[in-house]
Design a protein around this ligand. Structure first.
Ligand code: COA
Length: 168
């Protein structure tokens, strides 16, 4: 693993850190030139992470010496009828100035440990085909491209289209 990772601790996001987390999420959106596609809000994120119905969970990497948040991994439970329980990572992100220190590896391993502890059979995430460095990073950790050559596509129904659908 890259050096310096012992200067970071991986822990759960705290409830009073949602704003900081949201700022990192926007940093990630800017990094992939997708800021205009972010329609989630801090309030909704707060509800989904800390409300009565928890929809997702967030681990952050904190730099021990000054408490700065260097990155995050957001994950949530899913299910495969063929395989059983699965955890999905929605983003794994390390802020640019903290990359190459092993922080991404620590975050990925920490979610893998959650998946094992929760008796999950797989840990999935989506990565854009143009993001070769990230693909290599996951492959080095042992992940494989599940979609390659299988001709499967993920079909999304947006909220508006869902509403249209249930109206008819
Ligand atoms: C992918 C990412 C999480 C890795 O985090 P990290 O803390 O830099 O990872 P580590 O230090 O544990 O490992 C470093 C490896 O990550 C790889 N990597 C992947 N994307 C990278 C990037 N944009 N910049 C630097 N390294 C990157 C490098 O190949 C590096 O390997 P090397 O040390 O042999 O050069 C981080 O680079 C990142 O946030 N990238 C931008 C967001 C992204 O693409 N996320 C993945 C899609 S969900």
């Amino acid at each position: 693993m890259a050096g310096n990772s012992d200067r970071y601790v991986i822990r759960e996001l705290k409830e009073d850190e949602v704003r900081k987390f949201f700022d990192m999420l926007l940093e990630f959106a800017d990094y992939i030139n997708a800021r205009e596609t972010v329609s989630n809000t801090q309030d909704a994120l707060h509800r989904d992470l800390f409300g009565d119905t928890k929809r997702c969970y967030c681990l952050v990497a904190e730099r021990i010496e000054d408490g700065v948040l260097a990155g995050y991994s957001l994950y949530f439970p899913g299910y495969s009828l063929f395989k059983g329980a699965i955890l999905h990572i929605n983003h794994l992100f390390v802020r640019e100035q903290y990359r190459g220190n092993g922080v991404g590896t620590l975050l990925y391993k920490a979610v893998a440990k959650k998946a094992i502890d929760q008796d999950c059979q797989a840990l999935d995430l989506l990565v854009h085909q143009s993001n070769k460095k990230a693909m290599e990073f996951y492959e080095r950790m042992g992940a494989f491209n599940q979609m390659e050559g299988v001709g499967r596509h993920r079909m999304r129904l947006t909220r508006k289209r869902m509403k249209d659908l249930v109206k008819t």
